[in-house]
Write a protein that binds this ligand. Structure first.
Ligand code: C2O
Ligand code: CU
Ligand code: CU
Length: 461
């Protein structure tokens, strides 16, 4: 059988194409998705001169591709699963239809080995997002399955360059091969950290930019565990958006705390002179680490940050606080230690955590009860109460929420999908339940997610 790629069809002019009638050509084109991802195993070099075996990617030959979409434009993404186990893909932060959200059993059957699934949706918001599996999540993400997705604004803000930075660790031994993805004793505490920090699957990469140019750095922390403090040293750098939502006023790119699942867009004005390098730095108690270096090259373009057009807020509805119902969620230990049930989406074999004292039973067909049922169109305040001495980046699918107040600190009024809940903190967030369906609600430290700290909210008419 002769197969035509989408490129062949669009470019035309090959011998085979002549055999197609116009009707055949049109229907062949209609069948091709805008994007396609193949989930596959591969060997790839992370450390110099060694191939890490058994990595996983959304491509057969290298790191997960950056998907670029346009706000308000429908897109289709074909995902084929070439692994020998089930998977499923979730689009983190996108407020799309429930059936396209990629959560096993809650929204779709897992994509089994050798099968494929077409996702189709229209992104309502612009910004920096990411995608990852929601099945055997700890192992598949640990092996590399975390990719970035960019939804472009309607109006170009005016950068010279746009650089997605996929920030994550891998747990590799000195020989460059995977070691155990986690330790149970850590899963019951803060989680297990990786051993090798990477950006776009590279250790401390260097990027060259025109001197004096304006660059949009898009940071996405796709790590399974690390809550980090980041800064840009050198150059003029301002945070312009967090978790895909523009800040009302840009702030300097210093002491920027990002937990697993979070993103930050930074406007960088590259220095004028070649010897003035800029770094993306992870600040750590036991020594800071430069994750990436940006080098000015050539004659200065002499651009200025104020030439950038401010980003427009995304159309996230504002909660009606005066009439909002308050719902409390308590994050803590698991009352009883039953192991989660086996599932084709894997289990770590332990239960340590719970929401409202109920531990998630595992990724199973269910049906299970939601943690709460919200009425479509109504406003809610979610009171997130952390009873534990560990921090939890709490993530809700399908709707964005606004940070209101904390019993521990002053909060910026951010709109987000992932909020870092500090140890013993109570955090109020507000939302409008405007997207019907069963929406996963969990900690994004994947060891916590997979050992009980998961549930879902139901939004219904
Ligand atoms: Cu980024 Cu339910 O996940
Ligand atoms: Cu998500
Ligand atoms: Cu957690």
């Amino acid at each position: 059988m002769t197969r035509l790629s989408r490129r062949d069809l669009l470019l035309g002019g090959t011998g085979v194409l002549g055999a197609f009638t116009l009707g055949g050509l049109v229907s062949a084109k209609a069948q091709a998705a805008d994007h396609s991802l193949t989930i596959a195993s591969l060997d790839h070099s992370i450390l110099p001169e060694t191939m890490t075996k058994g990595m996983m990617s959304f491509a057969t030959d290298g790191p997960p591709p950056v998907l670029r979409l346009k706000r308000g434009q429908k897109t289709s993404i074909d995902v084929s699963n070439a692994l020998d186990e089930a998977s499923v893909v979730h689009w983190h932060g996108l407020r799309i239809a429930n059936a396209m959200d990629g959560v096993p059993y809650l929204t779709q059957h897992p994509i089994e080995a050798g099968q494929s699934f077409r996702y189709e949706f229209t992104p309502p918001d612009a910004g920096t997002f990411w995608y990852h599996p929601h099945c055997n999540t700890l192992e598949q993400m640990s092996r590399g399955l975390t990719g970035m997705m960019i939804v472009e604004e309607d109006e170009d803000p005016g950068f010279d360059e746009d650089l997605p930075l996929n920030i994550r660790d891998f747990r590799l031994g000195g020989d460059g091969q995977f070691i155990a993805f986690y330790k149970a004793r850590n899963a019951a505490r803060g989680g297990t950290l990786g051993t090798v920090s990477t950006v776009n699957w590279k250790v401390a990469p260097t990027f060259d930019f025109a001197a004096g140019s304006l660059v949009r750095l898009r940071l996405a922390v796709t790590d399974i565990t690390r809550v980090g403090t980041y800064e840009i040293t050198g150059g003029e750098a301002q945070v312009i958006a967090i978790d895909s939502n523009p800040l009302p006023r840009p702030v300097p790119a210093k002491d920027l705390i990002l937990s697993p699942g979070q993103r930050a867009d930074i406007a960088l004005r590259v220095p004028d002179r070649e010897e003035e390098a800029v770094t993306l730095r992870l600040k750590r108690r036991n020594g800071d680490r430069d994750l990436a270096t940006f080098r000015p090259r050539g004659q200065s373009l002499r651009r200025e940050l104020r030439e950038l057009k401010p980003l427009k807020p995304n159309p996230v509805p504002e909660a009606d606080l005066a009439n909002a119902e308050v719902m409390e969620f308590v994050f803590g230990w698991s009352p009883e230690g039953d192991a989660p049930q086996p599932s084709i989406c894997g289990t770590l074999g332990y239960t340590f955590w719970s929401i409202n004292r109920k531990a998630w039973p595992g990724d199973l067909p269910g049906p299970f009860d939601p943690l709460a049922t919200l009425k479509l169109g109504k406003s809610y305040i979610l009171r997130l109460r952390n009873e534990s001495p560990n921090a939890h980046p709490i993530h809700l699918h399908g709707v964005s929420f606004r940070l209101l107040q904390s019993n521990k600190r002053k909060l910026p009024p951010l709109v987000t999908d992932t909020a870092l809940l500090l140890e013993e903190e109570t955090l109020d967030v507000a939302l409008v339940a405007d997207n019907p369906g069963d929406w996963a609600f969990h900690c994004h430290v994947i060891e916590h997610q997979k050992t009980g700290l998961t549930g879902f909210l139901r939004i219904e008419a």
